[in-house]
Design a protein around this ligand. Structure first.
Ligand code: CA
Length: 433
């Protein structure tokens, strides 16, 4: 009965949270035009080492989250939320490379070390490693830029050096409504336009709102694409995350031609979209492949509370909207107030209050040994980058990076120079490393 809530206690928790929200600085207080390229050294700290525990053993820090949760739900296993805090000991630099981006949504590395950045309004920018920006590049299909729509994720093809192909997700606008689409295009030789623009996959059906498009896309080691989608938010569309005849609330596995990968879990079954790889997702804006294990990891936004980190396995049901560690924005429980159910996957980790996780990346380098194979997640509402230390399928440490910057972090990627690069809704590009 641990999933049942006592309403009075819940209301108290909500009141407390509301008080906290009022007291916290609002997004509007953050200046859009920050100082030009500023460099701040993050000084290393070794205060966690003491003689009592020996030079290599750290005293566990308290969890980074100390605000009251929205719910009284208990985790399925102890490390599932509010893991021990960790702190980076090595020093690293944080540099604002530019403040001139226009609502950037994604940043991805190019083979020569430069970065390709999508902007929500429908333009692409190329940035040098010192932050010089190209003019905006457009020529994409008509976009639904309402609310959470627009040009979303972008990544370069593994063979970009020869093919010059870019892959994107976007909210495609038509007279029937909009949907999450995957598009590809060739970056022209002069880098001033996109050529051969083509939509290769659509998360059907069309629907007329501007909410929960997901989305991220990532290449697997075989050169196929994993793509995450959202369930379009409304009570009417939410249950479609549990049905296999549509593209809402899914991870799909497709070729670069938009065709289902031949070993997908429901390939050849009637009435099922053969592109589907996993289902029961809410609004997943983070995908990353583990650099050692090759596993697919995903984050998704919960409602009020219940943001999730999931390890994605083919054919599995990730539960939304049947199970969740969050509640409705109104304070009401989600459907049956369930956090667990037979046949549905538990998240590896969840946040309550929410991080509002968006893009994420593993750090695949040994340049910063203590970061190697850690997961870095851009946080919107949380206004920081979450660093998670993993042990197999468990989170054993969490740190908040760049918390004092006051930025809504939208995406983070590992660049060719073994630094992390991040973009924020306010228009900044950061180099961290
Ligand atoms: Ca879930």
């Amino acid at each position: 009965m641990k999933t049942l809530m006592k309403l009075t206690v819940l209301l108290s928790a909500i009141l407390l949270l509301t008080a906290c929200a009022v007291a916290s600085p609002s997004e509007s207080t953050i200046p859009k035009s920050a100082p030009e390229t500023s460099s701040a050294a993050q000084v290393s700290s070794s205060e966690t080492n003491t003689g009592e525990t020996g030079p290599t053993e750290k005293i566990p820090l308290p969890p980074v989250e100390n605000n009251s949760p929205n719910t009284l739900y208990e985790p399925f296993f102890p490390e599932q939320t509010r893991a021990a805090g960790v702190k980076t000991d090595s020093s690293y630099q944080v540099t604002v490379l530019t403040t001139e981006l226009n609502s950037p949504w994604a940043v991805a590395g190019l083979p020569d070390g430069r970065l390709v950045i999508s902007e929500k309004g429908g333009t692409i920018r190329i940035a040098t490693m010192s932050g010089d920006l190209s003019a905006p590049i457009n020529s994409l299909p008509a976009l639904d830029t309402r609310n959470q729509g627009g040009l979303l994720d972008i990544t370069a093809a593994p063979d970009f050096t020869t093919s010059r192909m870019l892959y994107m997700t976007l909210a495609e606008k038509t007279t029937q409504g909009s949907l999450t689409a995957v598009a590809r295009a060739r970056l022209s030789d002069d880098e001033k336009t996109l050529e051969q623009v083509e939509v290769i996959w659509r998360a059907i059906p069309y629907y007329d709102n501007g909410m929960h498009f997901g989305s991220r896309l990532v290449f697997d080691p075989s050169g196929n694409l994993f793509v995450s989608t959202g369930e379009r938010s409304d009570l009417a569309t939410r249950p479609m995350a549990q049905a296999l005849d549509n593209g809402y609330g899914k991870v799909v596995h497709i070729t670069t031609e938009g065709q289902p990968v031949t070993d997908n879990p429901w390939i050849g079954q009637a009435s099922v979209l053969p592109e589907i790889y996993s289902y029961g997702h809410r609004n997943a804006q983070g995908l990353a492949i583990h650099p050692v294990t090759g596993e697919l990891w995903l984050n998704e936004m919960g409602p009020r509370g219940g943001d999730e980190l999931n390890l994605i396995k083919p054919g599995r049901n990730y539960g939304w909207p049947i199970i969740s560690y969050g509640i409705e924005y109104s304070g009401q429980p989600i459907s049956g107030a369930l956090t667990e159910k037979e046949g549905m996957e538990q998240p590896v980790y969840y946040w309550d209050p929410v991080l509002a996780p968006s893009g994420m990346t593993f750090y695949p380098f040994d340049t910063m040994p203590e970061w190697e194979n850690n997961l870095f997640i851009a946080g919107l509402r949380g206004q920081h980058i979450a660093r998670l230390v993993l042990d197999g399928e468990r989170v054993i440490g969490e740190e908040r990076l760049l918390e004092s910057e006051g930025q809504r972090f939208r995406d983070v990627t590992a660049g060719a120079d073994s630094a992390l690069y991040a973009v924020t809704d306010q228009g900044r590009l950061y180099r961290i490393g």
